[in-house]
Structures are given as structure tokens and as C-alpha cells.
Design a binder for this molecule. Sequence first.
Ligand code: F6P
Length: 338
Amino acid sequence: MLTGGGDCPGLNAVIRAIGRKGMDYYNDEFVGLKNGWAGLMFLEYYEMQRKDFSGILHLGGTILGSSRTNPEKEEGGYDRAIKHFNELKLDALVVIGGNDTLGVAQKLHEKGIPIVGVPKTIDNDICSTDMTFGFDTAVAVATDAIDRLHTTAESHHRCIVVEVMGRHSGWIATHAGIAGGADIVLIPEESFDINDVIEKIQFRMNRGKFFSIVVVAEGFELKEEGWDLQTQEKDDFGNVRLGGIGDLVAREIEKRMGIESRAVVLGHVQRGGTPTAFDRVLGTKFGIAAIDLVHEGKFGMMTALQGTKVRPVPIEEGVKESKIVDKETYEIAKVFFG
Ligand code: F6P
């Protein structure tokens, strides 16, 4: 098994569930590939023992390590990955990852490698699954931060702009915005210009509310031209490093309205630390389902939460595009704007 992409609360719950059910019910043996696809490309691995699956349920991060290594960018590419898979005499590979990592899994599956996927990301942007583990923890962390920031915003009559993660989807922003009572939530899926933001804050002031909390997703872009924040820095999968929109929005509010404004970037705090009970349970369910899929020979499939049930869906379906925020949920957040 391997874990790839950004670390995510609940990864160890998945690893534990795969290992425990695999060893106790199926008599499986496990090889842990270290640091995502790098483990397969550079043959960094270890034979996992039963003790490796103990005492890890509550831990954040991943005991296997992770990376954004893309086999396509490495010498030998997929052929090398396949050669190493065969050299290790593996029967199957469980790949726990987000869109990028599972995209590689799909390609290797097409080339004949028996793979089962487990969708992972705090961003909640994988299709065909109602939720990914890690998302609930990220929303809980962001909500707690918003609650705490309310105190300063209200006491000092400030506007606080909270920038949250989520890549090009606004799931974390929308859910944390609803849970934390944000006065406006800016997400990549919805278009806003700075005047829309100012209008909402002004509306609040007219009602005697001299502080505001604005939640902005890191992938949000203001409509105005010339405010291109993207760095040219890209990871192995071509993703640009996002960040900075919170600061820009806060500066514009202060400049145009004269209200003291501050930006707070939550960053990797949202990804770190102990997973919520929900993410431990979802991760456990996904891990159990994944090892069962291996033994049923259902390769090319990934686990997915649909309603309250975990079901297998083709990895190809999960990674075909990024899942964006549905209108209904965003409309709920909008009721509380201003
Ligand atoms: O995909 C998870 C995520 O945390 C995104 O929300 C964020 O844009 C990205 O990873 C950050 O990646 P890194 O830790 O590699 O900078």
C-alpha cells in the first residue's frame, strides 16, 4: 500500500483497517511503499508487521510518509513502476490518495497492475464520493479558528479575512463558513468582485455591526483584472501553489472602506493533527472496504461514500474532474451574508 499527495487526517485509520482486516481475516502480508509513488519508483519500502498497525488510529499524517512524486516525471516512468511492482512480487496495490495520486493509479490499472483506490483529501473534491476523510477535520479546525477570530473582530471592530485551503473547490470555505457564521464566503465556483464584498460589509455596518468575518477559499479569484496571485511554482502534477488572496481582499477592504482589516491564513494547520471521530470512522470503513475489494478481485475500483453506505466505484469516475460545491449548499451560506 502507499499514501500519496498532501497528508490528511484519517490516513492512519485507513492503513490500520487494511492491515488489521487483511492479516486477521485473509492472512495477508503487507509491503508499505514509502512516500507515495516515490516508494515504488525508488524501491523504498518495508515489510509491515502487525505492530505497525497498532496505536496509530488517532494519529494525524501518515506512517508511510507521502510525496507528490509523479511517475510520469521520473526516469523510466510507468515501465519502471511496473517493473518494480513485479520485482516485489506484489499481488495487489492499495493506493490511498487524491485526484493526482489516483490518476496515476488509474493509468497503472490500465497497464495491467491490480489496483484498488481509496480517495483521500481535505479538499473534498473527488467525484462519486459524497465525502472524503480529512474534510471533516479540516472544517472543524477552520470553524474553531473562525470562532476564535470572532472575538478579536468584534472587540476591535475589525474585518478579519480567513483564508482556507481547498485548491480549486470551495468545500472547506463553504462548510466552515456556514458552521462559523461567516458574513461572506468567497469560493472559486462563484464569481464576486470587490464591490460585492464591500456592499455586504457596508450592509452590516448600516445594521450596527461594526465587525465582519470574510472566509475566502485559497483558489478564489477576484474578477478585477491584474490581480494575478499565482506563483509560477508548480508541483510534479502541474498544480500551482495557491495563497495570498486573503491578504489581497483584506487590503482592498481596508483601502476602500477605512476599516481596519487583517488576513489570517490557516494553511497546513487544517491538515495537521488528530482526525475527528467522523474521519476515523470513515477512514476505517474505507480501509475495510478496500481490502475486501482486493480479495474480491475488483481492481480499478475505489471506495466511495454514497449516502451512508460505502460502495465501489471506478477510479476513472472519481478522478474525471474536480468535484465542485453544489449550488444548494452555497445558497444556504448566502442566506447569512451581510
Ligand atoms: O490538496 C490538499 C491541499 O492541502 C490543498 O488544499 C492545498 O492547496 C495543497 O494541498 C497544498 O499543498 P502543499 O502542502 O504541497 O503545499
